[in-house]
Design a protein around this ligand. Structure first.
Ligand SMILES: Cc1cc2nc3c(=O)[nH]c(=O)nc-3n(C[C@H](O)[C@H](O)[C@H](O)COP(=O)(O)OP(=O)(O)OC[C@H]3O[C@@H](n4cnc5c(N)ncnc54)[C@H](O)[C@@H]3O)c2cc1C
Length: 236
C-alpha cells in the first residue's frame, strides 16, 4: 500500500564535506514526529520509474520548532543522491515516514558502543545528541571511520563533546595516513579489536554500508553477543 506522503521545504543547506550536504527542512503540512535514529523515505522525481524512493536518516532529534535535518553524501553516479545534491534552499522534498527501529532501547544498557562509517554517523550523531542530553551515566564509546579526515563529518562538534561529557569517548580513525592527522589510522574494526576485548553489558549500535557493518557485527558475535544484540542500520 502506498504510504501517505508529506512535503517539506528546504530552509537551509550546509556543506559538511566536498560531497556531503546537510538540509534543514520545514514541513509544509503536519509536523514530523519521530524517535532519534529513525529515517524518512524521500520520494525523488528521478530514475526510470519515478518516484525513486530512498531512505535518509533524521540527522538530529525532534526539535520544538518542527524543523528537521537530513544529511547525505553524493554517491558517484548515484541517481537519487545526485538529484538531492542539486536541491537548494526554497526547493521542496516529498517524503513519508518516519520509519525504523534503530532507536535507543526502552531500558538502558550498562554502556553503549557506537560504530559509524562516513555518513553512517548521521543516525548515530542523532542518537548521541539524545543520549548525551539524557541522564544516562554509563560509558559511551564512539568509533567513527572514514577514508580521509575531511569525510569525518561533524568531527569538530563530536570532539567538543568529549570535554563536556566525562562518560563519552571518541575514537576517530581514517583509512590512510594524512599530513597533520594525529588520530588513528586503520579501520573501525582495527580500533574495536584494541578497545573492546570482552562482553560486559554493552549495547553495540552500528551504521554504514554492509562492507563495514557485516565484519563489525561478526566481531561482536565472536565476543559472545547474539546477532540480535548488535543493532545495525545498513545503508546498502
Ligand atoms: C535506513 C537507511 C538510511 C539511510 N540514511 C542515509 C543517510 O542519512 N545519508 C545518506 O547519505 N545515505 C543514507 N542512506 C542511503 C540512501 O538511501 C541511498 O542509498 C544513497 O543516497 C544512494 O542513492 P543513489 O540513488 O544516489 O545511489 P544508488 O544508485 O541507489 O546506489 C549506488 C551504490 O552506491 C552505494 N551507496 C549507497 N548509499 C551510499 C552512501 N550513503 N554512501 C556511499 N555509497 C552509497 C551502494 O554501493 C549502491 O549500490 C540510507 C539507507 C538506508 C537503507
Amino acid at each position: 500500500m502506498a504510504q501517505p506522503t508529506q512535503k517539506a521545504v528546504i530552509e537551509g543547506v550546509r556543506i559538511l564535506a566536498p560531497a556531503v550536504k546537510e538540509f534543514t527542512l520545514r514541513p509544509l503540512g503536519q509536523l514530523l514526529h519521530f524517535k532519534a535514529g529513525q529515517w524518512i523515505s524521500a520520494h525523488l522525481p528521478v530514475g526510470d520509474s519515478p518516484p525513486l524512493i530512498h531512505a535518509y536518516s533524521l540527522a538530529e532529534p525532534e526539535h520544538p520548532s518542527g524543523l528537521f535535518k537530513l544529511c547525505f553524501d553524493r554517491v558517484p553516479d548515484g541517481v537519487g543522491s545526485g538529484y538531492m545534491f542539486t536541491l537548494e534552499a526554497g526547493d521542496e522534498l516529498v517524503y513519508a515516514g518516519p520509519y525504523g527501529n534503530f532507536v535507543l532501547p526502552g531500558e538502558d544498557p550498562a554502556s553503549y558502543i557506537f560504530v559509524a562509517r562516513f555518513t553512517g554517523i548521521v543516525p548515530i550523531r542523532c542518537l548521541l545528541l539524545e543520549l548525551l542530553g539524557s541522564s544516562f551515566a554509563g560509558d559511551i564509546l564512539l568509533v567513527y571511520g572514514a577514508g580521509n579526515s575531511q569525510d569525518l563529518i561533524y568531527h569538530d562538534e563530536i570532539t567538543g563533546w568529549v570535554e563536556r561529557h566525562r562518560n563519552f569517548s571518541y575514537v576517530p580513525t581514517i583509512f590512510a595516513a594524512e599530513d597533520g592527522w594525529k588520530g588513528r589510522v586503520g579501520t573501525e574494526l582495527d580500533a574495536l579489536r584494541l578497545l573492546v576485548t570482552e562482553r560486559k553489558g554493552q549495547l553495540p549500535m552500528v551504521c554504514g554500508g554492509s562492507d563495514m557493518v557485516r565484519p563489525v557485527r561478526s566481531f561482536f558475535q565472536e565476543l559472545g553477543f547474539a546477532r540480535r544484540e548488535v543493532r545495525c542500520e545498513t545503508y546498502y
